[in-house]
Design a protein around this ligand. Structure first.
Ligand code: AP5
Length: 216
């Protein structure tokens, strides 16, 4: 099963995709996570991506498409993949269709997670991420047991560079301009489902499972 989660920054794509992929034994393919890891490691990809991420702009299509193409060729992707944060432009969506076609696979569902901009700001300004294992928290909605420390590995929690209010507003602008048009692209293909993304994480998870037809 190949699924895409689409939605504005902070809509909960990562939170939900990670849990669902673990449950179904699928690969959670987050281009944001791959790019941030490259920035952390200081690789050539990371050096190129850093300026775009920090300004809330999109990394060029050819770079991101190359990453996804390479990752999808790995054997662990055969059972299923949840794409989180990809595709984000029409060129990326068309490239994904071509790559899957070459592999003899296809997208089953595209889930649009809907949340208001006020909620996005509340969520992203309170998000904290573990520097070691990438686990995610929210200072109010999903706090760690000990402030600033990851429950899972004891690593330090940090606030993402692009979670400052002015960068969040730019990311929202880019989302509306470049990514939102993909909703009608997938609607026309008849594979889009919409899910209300506000409410407790567990409730959203149940709505998602229903939308993709997975038994609870
Ligand atoms: P990326 O990492 O993909 O960021 P994003 O799409 O902006 O999404 P976020 O990770 O901010 O939010 P999310 O929807 O995953 O929400 P989350 O679950 O974390 O991309 C970052 C940058 O990389 C881009 O700006 C771009 O530069 C580059 N990039 C990445 N992919 C690219 C591509 N394909 N092309 C070009 N450039 C690309 O939740 C947020 C917070 O809310 C957390 O604290 C969480 O605990 C909390 N939360 C989640 N659900 C709930 C709930 N139901 N109630 C309360 N709190 C909740």
């Amino acid at each position: 099963m190949y699924l895409v989660f689409i939605g504005p920054p902070g809509s909960g794509k990562g939170t939900q995709a990670k849990r669902l992929a673990e449950r179904l034994g699928f690969v959670h393919l987050s281009t944001g996570d791959i790019l941030r890891e490259a920035v952390k490691e200081g690789t050539p990809l990371g050096l190129e991506a850093k300026k775009y991420i920090e300004e809330g702009k999109l990394v060029p299509d050819e770079v991101v498409i190359g990453i996804v193409k390479e990752r999808l060729g790995a054997p662990d992707c055969e059972k299923g993949v949840i794409f989180d944060g990809f595709p984000r432009t029409l060129a990326q969506a068309e490239a994904l269709d071509r790559i899957l076609d070459e592999l003899g696979r296809q997208l089953e569902r595209v889930v649009e997670i809907e949340v208001s901009e006020d909620e996005v700001l509340r969520r992203l300004t309170g998000r904290r991420t573990c520097r070691n294992c990438g686990a995610m928290y929210h200072v109010i909605f999903e706090p760690p047991k000990v402030e600033g420390v990851c429950d899972k590995c004891g690593g330090p929690l940090y606030q993402r560079e692009d979670d400052k209010e002015e960068v969040i507003r730019e990311r929202l602008r880019v989302y509306r301009k470049d990514t939102e048009p993909l909703v009608s692209y997938y609607e026309r293909k008849g594979i889009l489902v919409k899910v209300e993304g506000e409410g407790p994480i567990e409730e959203v998870r149940q709505r998602l499972l229903e939308a993709i037809g997975v038994r609870r």
